[in-house]
Ligand binder design. Sequence first.
Ligand SMILES: *[C@@H]1O[C@H](CO)[C@@H](O)[C@H](O)[C@H]1NC(C)=O
Ligand SMILES: *[C@@H]1O[C@H](CO)[C@@H](O)[C@H](O)[C@H]1NC(C)=O
Ligand SMILES: *[C@@H]1O[C@H](CO)[C@@H](O)[C@H](O)[C@H]1NC(C)=O
Ligand SMILES: *[C@@H]1O[C@H](CO)[C@@H](O)[C@H](O)[C@H]1NC(C)=O
Ligand SMILES: *[C@@H]1O[C@H](CO)[C@@H](O)[C@H](O)[C@H]1NC(C)=O
Ligand SMILES: *[C@@H]1O[C@H](CO)[C@@H](O)[C@H](O)[C@H]1NC(C)=O
Ligand SMILES: *[C@@H]1O[C@H](CO)[C@@H](O)[C@H](O)[C@H]1NC(C)=O
Ligand SMILES: *[C@@H]1O[C@H](CO)[C@@H](O)[C@H](O)[C@H]1NC(C)=O
Ligand SMILES: *[C@@H]1O[C@H](CO)[C@@H](O)[C@H](O)[C@H]1NC(C)=O
Ligand SMILES: *[C@@H]1O[C@H](CO)[C@@H](O)[C@H](O)[C@H]1NC(C)=O
Length: 864
Amino acid sequence: MRPSATNLLLLIATCCFLHSADAGQLDRRPAADEGTPSCIPKERDALLEFKHGINDTNNLLVSWQHGQDCCRWVGVTCSHHTGHVLRLDLSDATLLDDSLDGQQLSPSLLSLEHLEYLDLSTLTTIWPQGPNISSPEFLGSLKKLRHLDLSGGLRFSGGIPPQLANLSKLEYLDLSGSSFSAGRVPPELGNLSNLLHLGLSVMDMYSIDISWLSRLHLLQYLDMSYVNLSMAVDWPHVLNLVPSLKVLNLAECNLPRTNQTLAQLNLTKLVDIDLSSNYLGHPISSCWFWNVTTIQSLELSKTHLFGPFPSSLGRLASLQRLVFNDNGNSATMSVDLKDLSALQHLHLRGSLSHGNIKDLIDKLPHGNIRDIQQKMTGNFTSLFNLDLSDNHLTGAIPSGIANIIPIIEILDLSGNNITGAIPRAIRNCSSLDTLILHSNQLSGNIPILPRNLTRLDLSMNSLSGPLPLDIGALDLETIILSSNYITGQIPESICEPQYMEVLDLSNNFMEGIIPQCLQMQSMLFLLLSHNSFSGILPSSLQGSILAYMDLSWNKFNGTLPQWIGDLACLRFLQLSHNMFYGHIPSNITNLRYLEYLNLAGNNLSGAMPRSLPNLELMTDKHPKLLIDWFESYTGPESDAFGGIMSVLMKRQERNYGDRIDGVVGIDLSCNQLTGKIPDEITSLNRLLNLNLSWNQLSGNIVDNLGSSIKSLESLDLSRNSLSGEIPPSLADLTYLGYLDLSYNNLSGRIPQGRQLDTLYAEAPSMYDGNSGLCGPPLQRACSGGKLPENGNQNTSKRISESKFLYFGLGSGFIAGLWVVFCVLLFKRMWRIACFRIFDEICDKVYVFVIVTWRRFARKEDTGS
Ligand SMILES: *[C@@H]1O[C@H](CO)[C@@H](O)[C@H](O)[C@H]1NC(C)=O
Ligand SMILES: *[C@@H]1O[C@H](CO)[C@@H](O)[C@H](O)[C@H]1NC(C)=O
Ligand SMILES: *[C@@H]1O[C@H](CO)[C@@H](O)[C@H](O)[C@H]1NC(C)=O
Ligand SMILES: *[C@@H]1O[C@H](CO)[C@@H](O)[C@H](O)[C@H]1NC(C)=O
Ligand SMILES: *[C@@H]1O[C@H](CO)[C@@H](O)[C@H](O)[C@H]1NC(C)=O
Ligand SMILES: *[C@@H]1O[C@H](CO)[C@@H](O)[C@H](O)[C@H]1NC(C)=O
Ligand SMILES: *[C@@H]1O[C@H](CO)[C@@H](O)[C@H](O)[C@H]1NC(C)=O
Ligand SMILES: *[C@@H]1O[C@H](CO)[C@@H](O)[C@H](O)[C@H]1NC(C)=O
Ligand SMILES: *[C@@H]1O[C@H](CO)[C@@H](O)[C@H](O)[C@H]1NC(C)=O
Ligand SMILES: *[C@@H]1O[C@H](CO)[C@@H](O)[C@H](O)[C@H]1NC(C)=O
């Protein structure tokens, strides 16, 4: 899901007004007309009792009041003739998280004897935080129910009540997404012979014998995803007895296989099959469903199916979606798909073992001009989306691409071995909205872009030359061109797109100034690091809503402007390794959402700002954001931002991929800062990384640094003029993986602590250049008796030699990891899962090489 420019404002709004719930949400159809019977008092009381059981924090049921006509209440519909409540529909009551409080779904609802329709879906939307409620066995007594929807996140303490089977009129039953205590799906549900819709996507459930399903003769919709069906070996034969079936979702069901042969295929109405995330592990062509010619949507991601696609695929004339992602690169596609004129989504990411991009594109259905016109004028609503990423594909993108697939909307060929230039004809793909070609071996210049492009990612290729003077696409929202060989200046035409959100030109050979005209009003991510850009910070940045700004490793100069404190939405600010000078503006601490500040390697002077506690997100005072729009961009579910963001920490460049939230740090190293380290720093108790090295800071190290910032993983105060003793609180820092206090004027006894001893063993130079320090682990005794200078030297040399082996082991391990890491880098889902593991390993790698290796191996097993 990609947040677009249009919902940008909405996201920002949620950033600021988290709790102003949309109380108008339930503003719905008027209840009963004037003159119809008003509600039955007994039923009103029942509803009020029900309301009483709900924690209606957002006052969505404010209209439910004593003494009023309950037929006019929100969510309630009565019979025009009798006044009995027929429908109770609270499905629109979203955002009512934690609203069902405690014990029960009130059995008072039993009094609503005439209820036909009960929808409590999404009553609690945030799963699994909701409280437990006891299982609603009593619902089995509402004999008139035809529609029962409890989907969306209720947590029941019992199993699925078999009593539901008593609701013989039921046509619609949905419990999906709710959670029950683990158990068996009650086979009694087979008695619900009128059922058309059965939603049972419930975790921790199993069904051993699913033959009860064959008694649901009218069933059209079946969703049992997540239910453990590992024992239901013969499931296709059972379902073959339900010929009415249209939609079948058995994703993540532990299905053992799907290569059964059906002598007679009854499923002639099936349009939608989802078997993703089942370890099937047999040839693709042996699946039973290839002869079901009615199929419109087929999802088979993560099924470990392999081998060639069968030619019958080419005869599925109704097929609109084929989603076959992440199948371990062991499939091949040589089927001619030209007859699949309805095809809109073809997703084969990470599934093909090899192939030539031109051959593949040649096999696709060829749109013609008439198609385009039809599709453009709305006879078809959807265009063509093609994802062939991570498939070891070779060859060059054919220059006829615009004629071959003119209706293409999304093209993702990333993570292949595609060579050659991007054909200039791509300009003629007038419907192309998203073009993702990162991580290939593309060369040559960047051509003029398709007119309607909004998202472009060409990073990690070998593209060269300057950007085209005319970019050609006015609707661009995302441009990612990092890690190429692009030269020259940013052309003025980059200013034309009005709603740019992401501009990533980092790691190229670009120069010149940032054009003043660059549109900043919607810019969220600006990454220009590792180029040779120069000039002062453009004033057009002023008042922007930037969340991430990385201008590091360039030649920017001038002072840091006061208005930097007005960039109120900044989360990451990296201006390191430029030529900025002057003071750090004190109002930089107005950036209350800032999580990472890096001004290292400039020529900044003066004192550190004292108002550090204002950096609220670095403190634990900050309220947890209910809806964090930043996360919605950078979190695992989002592919809005594809760039790689990195921060230097613990002497390693750490890449966080999309997961940059939660990395909290300050790096002011390599400047000319003077004065004391402000005591206020101790309020930043979410800091992981603090680097103030290579400055001229003086005074003591804040006493309670270690006891206040417990989260600290890396602390570098080396090469300053700090004096006094090392505060004993540093020994409290249990997560500390790196400490450097060398080359200061520190004196006195070194505090003791196991963590400090371990760190010293790894980096014996951490106390160097402080002639006044004494006590173990140094050889210099404290009470007067000084050891000769070179004795000390010898010992530390010996220690470092004995550690050499350790270190060699460690760094070899890291190198090995990086190989794994690079392979994984481009596999989006993996990348996210892996970074967390990788981070953890970094912390302790030198010390616990073997132990962490085991842990890594184990985590990788379970994590995949
Ligand atoms: C209702 O919800 C609010 C906020 O979630 C909570 O503070 C309060 O304790 C809840 N009330 C009950 C009775 O659970
Ligand atoms: C409902 O079904 C259960 C069995 O699941 C049965 O024992 C009970 O008598 C039924 N109740 C009614 C009211 O029919
Ligand atoms: C299911 O229906 C059969 C008859 O069709 C009946 O004997 C049985 O008791 C029913 N079970 C439940 C749980 O209602
Ligand atoms: C599914 O059920 C089978 C047999 O009951 C069991 O061996 C297996 O562990 C279960 N799988 C999961 C993921 O719960
Ligand atoms: C469906 O196919 C099976 C054989 O697989 C057959 O026994 C059954 O009668 C067929 N018809 C229906 C309506 O289930
Ligand atoms: C079906 O696939 C399984 C592996 O999932 C295999 O063991 C079995 O032999 C296959 N059966 C047929 C009939 O191909
Ligand atoms: C599909 O149908 C063809 C005949 O049309 C038949 O030969 C083939 O065995 C069928 N495949 C499967 C998997 O049922
Ligand atoms: C784009 O299409 C037009 C006509 O449809 C053609 O004249 C032009 O050469 C094409 N451009 C490229 C770069 O192929
Ligand atoms: C650093 O800034 C000072 C003025 O604040 C200036 O005198 C000095 O030359 C600058 N040093 C470098 C290396 O730019
Ligand atoms: C702190 O910054 C200096 C200079 O930028 C760098 O050399 C050092 O490695 C950093 N320390 C840590 C622990 O990252």
